[in-house]
Design a binder for this molecule. Structure first.
Ligand SMILES: [Zn+2]
Length: 228
């Protein structure tokens, strides 16, 4: 099977579905990752925003290393501007459509619709268009993943809360996910920040126990088409 993971930033693919990517790869599936943001937003930099271009280049190298650990076949960097995936949705859609046409994936993983990060929501909206059922090369299965430190930051807004209905056993690949996450030194924080190694492990265990597993990754199913 060909799998495509669409992510806004480097590290989202590992946080959202690193264990599942490793499972796919171990099972012989070809996993591709597309990361949309690769250019810093000049307006934000002028206001002292910490993400400068060197940091983005560094995190791209970390993504390549993490991808190797997880068994990713290829990473596509769209190099779009940070904080603009949603406001320049046409460009985001074009970028995802291009990779979908190239890979023709059967399964696509993308961000959650109500995520706390606007670029994550941009990926959801763009991918939803790119993988619509009537589109050419439409994948049969589409799932949304959660990203610690942004997806869970929408408390008090029930319509945006991530409600998983699809779980993947990552008991055997959680260690790979944590190892891959260690490549992202600049992105990791100290516990109890959710984007800490302990926080990532805690979520995996929590998602696991909700379906009688040692560790799991949770998804929201957007489409699952069974055909012969
Ligand atoms: Zn992100």
């Amino acid at each position: 099977m060909k799998i495509l993971v669409v992510a806004a930033h480097c590290d989202d693919e590992t946080l959202g579905c690193g264990g599942t990517i490793a499972r796919h790869a171990l099972g012989g599936d070809q996993v591709y990752v597309q990361i949309l943001v690769g250019r810093t937003n000049r307006y934000l930099v002028s206001r002292g925003y910490r993400y400068n271009q060197r940091a983005i280049d560094r995190v791209k190298q970390a993504a390549v290393k993490a991808g190797k650990i997880l068994g990713v076949k290829e990473i596509f960097f769209a190099d779009l501007q940070d904080e603009e995936l949603l406001t320049d949705l046409t460009t985001s859609v074009e970028a995802v459509e291009k990779v979908v046409a190239k890979i023709k994936p059967e399964v696509v993983y993308m961000h959650h619709a109500g995520d706390g990060n606007q670029d994550h929501r941009g990926v959801f909206e763009a991918t939803l268009v790119a993988v619509r059922a009537i589109a050419k090369n439409s994948p049969r299965k589409v799932l949304s993943y959660e990203v610690l430190s942004s997806t869970e930051q929408v408390t008090g807004t029930p319509s945006r809360v991530f409600v998983p209905n699809y779980f993947v056993d990552i008991s055997k690949t959680l260690s790979k996910k944590l190892q891959a996450m260690k490549c992202y030194k600049d992105e990791l924080r100290e516990f109890p920040h959710p984007r800490s190694l302990k926080g990532i492990e805690a979520l995996a265990i929590y998602r696991g126990i909700s379906c009688n597993l040692n560790a799991a990754e949770a998804f929201q199913q957007i489409r699952d088409l069974w055909y012969t």
